[in-house]
Design a protein around this ligand. Structure first.
Ligand code: NDP
Length: 257
């Protein structure tokens, strides 16, 4: 796997800590030879990211702020990337957000603002990012987002985020159709529960991991590296015939009734 994405310029959005799924993706893509560009939202995330890169001896090609709640921020981020890097070959979208108090109890209690916020940050952002990234993907490319089983089934407490992920997965399909003629593929990885900063916001997280150990065919939880390697597959030529797909990296849990 040492040169699967050799020389490709890939943008990674969503490293907030060493536990972030986007950090697992970073190490997989780095080992496979990619040139990496990062976006961050909070200054705290920027601080964590630069420390991690230093610790792991990874050199970023560029790092730029991008708050997906703002069209201007997305436009500026990709304009900067175009200016500093030129052509890009991939984007890893690993961002989501919902109000913590709506990730427990009944879904019926979701507020109008909470509903819109979760969709804006977790689903619409992929649409806006795809549009901006396409302009830099003149040699074709691959876009990958991160989703969860709560899009397909009712998972207790996942609530509004499950509905936003359903919108995200449908967007993957519509975007795949739009982007295919430009030789850009759009896919999603559906990971099992992984302990990250965001996951802590969903009530009952421990029980979800326990269920995987008990019921998933592989009887063990997945980690960031496994999601990273699946994302690498989508970024590489190995997946050149695949678009509009949702690939489960969940020890097979989704097939169990
Ligand atoms: P993290 O908390 O590590 O990452 C979430 C990222 O989203 C952070 O980097 C955060 O940036 C970013 N983000 C939130 N709001 C915005 C915004 N307005 N603009 C730009 N970035 C924003 O958690 P995960 O690694 O778990 O989450 C990554 C993705 O993986 C999410 O889509 C999540 O739903 C998905 N996923 C997670 C699973 C899990 O069990 N952990 C399972 C399946 C999917 P900042 O901190 O700087 O605000």
């Amino acid at each position: 796997m040492s040169n699967l994405v050799e020389g490709k310029n890939i943008v990674i959005m969503g490293v907030a800590s060493e536990r972030s799924i986007a950090w697992g993706v970073t190490t997989s893509l780095h080992k496979a030879g990619a040139n990496l560009i990062f976006t961050y939202r909070q200054d705290r995330s920027y601080g964590k990211l630069t420390k991690l890169l230093e610790k792991h001896n990874i050199e970023a090609k560029w790092i730029v702020e991008c708050d997906v709640a703002s069209d201007e921020s997305i436009t500026n981020a990709f304009a900067t990337i175009k200016d500093k890097v030129g052509v890009i070959h991939g984007v890893v979208h690993s961002v989501a957000f919902a109000n913590r108090d709506e990730l427990k109890g009944e879904y019926a209690n979701t507020s109008r603002e909470g509903f819109l916020l979760a969709h804006e940050i977790s689903a619409f952002s992929l649409v806006a990012v795809t549009k901006a990234a396409k302009e830099l993907m003149t040699e074709g490319g691959s876009i990958v987002t991160q989703t969860y089983l709560g899009a397909e089934r009712v998972i207790q407490n996942y609530n509004i985020m499950g509905v936003a992920k359903a919108s995200l997965e449908a967007s993957v399909r519509y975007l795949a159709e739009d982007m295919g003629k430009y030789d850009i593929r759009v896919n999603a990885v559906s990971a099992g529960p992984i302990r990250t900063l965001s996951a802590k916001g969903v009530s009952g997280f421990n029980e979800k991991q326990g269920l995987i150990e008990e019921k998933a065919p592989l009887r063990r939880n997945v980690d960031q590296d496994q999601v990273g390697d699946a994302t690498l597959f989508f970024m590489s030529e190995l997946s050149r015939g695949v678009t509009g797909e949702v690939l489960h990296v969940d020890s097979g849990y989704h097939i169990i009734g």
